[in-house]
Design a protein around this ligand. Structure first.
Ligand code: DAH
Length: 352
């Protein structure tokens, strides 16, 4: 009886190819495919074993065997890759077919946005001043040390600098020191150079102070500066403009008081306080229990500042004010903490 011939390596490789290609095509899940991959191409897999056998073959067979086993490996790799794509597509199709998720459902209605309370009050302030003939200027937030301090009669040695803790910026060599403006007053001398007198302008915007925050202090807040330059101006003009403004913005009668105040760029200088609108004068955390809120420093422009702006103080006079816009917003809406304004908290902002 004839003995069965042992398989030649050619037969063995083609038998292995057939077996693995069938096994790959038969997988129905990615997990099973991964298993087949390990058993065929993994470190201890059959195909890897067949590749290693090369070393044991007689020299004359090595070249042909190497080529054949390499081709086998490539076929298996390609088959696995094709099957993987098929199975992944199947998963997606199954997810889409899942009837518990309705892909035709329209999206939830979006909530319409609205104007930020700071911007609402700023727009009101601008409107009031525009009716009184004021320009509205947009001045830079990154300022020179000159415009923010020196032009306003606050030289480097002046103690007033310490009242405005400053964020200094790194400026290129030789360009002078730069900072984030600590007050909108930095626009005063700019405006004097920009307009021929007489003129009136307000410049609203963000200002920055490097200081500890609490219910009434924030490192970033808003001010509106006002400046009127004419031949004859008086504290009477100033007070009347302020009264017009505050009654228009707060939409009610507010009590105001004027106290002497010191600012190097005005002479005389004043503090205009209004009765606290959060506690109606009873005392709360916003007004530090005093019943009054410091709202508006103001005064007649110092002759030295006029000179810095290229104006002759014998010919021109001016008044200026620096309105705390953030505080005014707090007064208008009864906001107890200034930090809420720029918090970006939708629960807070949704109320306006
Ligand atoms: N710039 C000052 C500050 O932020 C406020 C100020 C005071 C502005 C008096 C003025 C003024 O225009 O006249 O502290």
């Amino acid at each position: 009886m004839a003995q069965p011939q042992p398989l030649s390596w050619q037969q063995e490789l083609s038998e292995a190819a057939e077996r693995w290609l069938v096994a790959i095509a038969a997988t129905a899940e990615l997990q099973a495919l991964r298993q087949v991959e390990v058993e065929s191409l993994g470190k201890k897999g059959e195909i890897t074993g067949l590749t290693r056998r090369l070393a044991t073959l007689p020299n004359e067979d090595k070249r042909a065997y190497g080529a054949a086993v390499g081709e086998l490996k490539t076929r298996i790799e390609q088959a696995i890759s094709t099957q993987r794509t098929t199975l992944e597509d199947l998963v997606i199709t199954q997810e889409l077919a899942d009837t518990s998720f309705d892909v035709t459902l329209p999206p939830a209605p979006g909530r319409p946005g609205h104007v930020h309370p700071l911007s609402q009050v700023q727009a009101d302030v601008e409107r009031v001043f525009e009716t009184m003939g004021f320009h509205v200027l947009d001045c830079p937030e990154v300022e020179s040390e000159f415009d923010n301090f020196e032009a306003l009669n606050i030289p480097g040695w002046h103690p007033a600098r310490e009242m405005q803790d400053t964020f200094w910026l790194q400026a290129p060599e030789g360009q002078g020191r730069q900072l984030l403006r600590t007050h909108t007053s930095a626009g005063q001398v700019r405006a004097m150079h920009q307009f021929a007198p007489p003129f009136r302008a307000i410049f609203p915007g963000k200002v920055y102070r490097y200081e500890a925050t609490d219910a009434s202090h924030e490192h970033t807040f808003h001010q509106v500066e006002g400046l009127m330059i004419d031949r004859h101006v008086s504290v009477g003009h100033l007070l009347d403009s302020m009264r017009t403004l505050l009654s228009a913005i707060l939409r009610r009668d507010v009590q105001v008081r004027l106290r002497p105040g010191y600012f190097p760029f005005v002479e005389p200088g004043f503090e205009l306080d209004i009765s606290c609108q959060v506690c109606a004068g009873a005392g709360c955390s916003v007004c530090k229990q005093s019943g009054w809120l410091e709202l508006l420093p103001c005064g007649l422009v110092h002759p030295q500042v006029l000179r810095m702006g290229g104006l002759d103080p014998n010919e021109w006079q001016g008044w200026a004010f620096g309105l705390g816009l953030s505080r005014l917003v707090m007064m208008r809406f009864g906001v107890p903490d200034v930090r809420l304004l720029l918090s970006g908290d939708a629960r807070f902002l949704g109320q306006f």
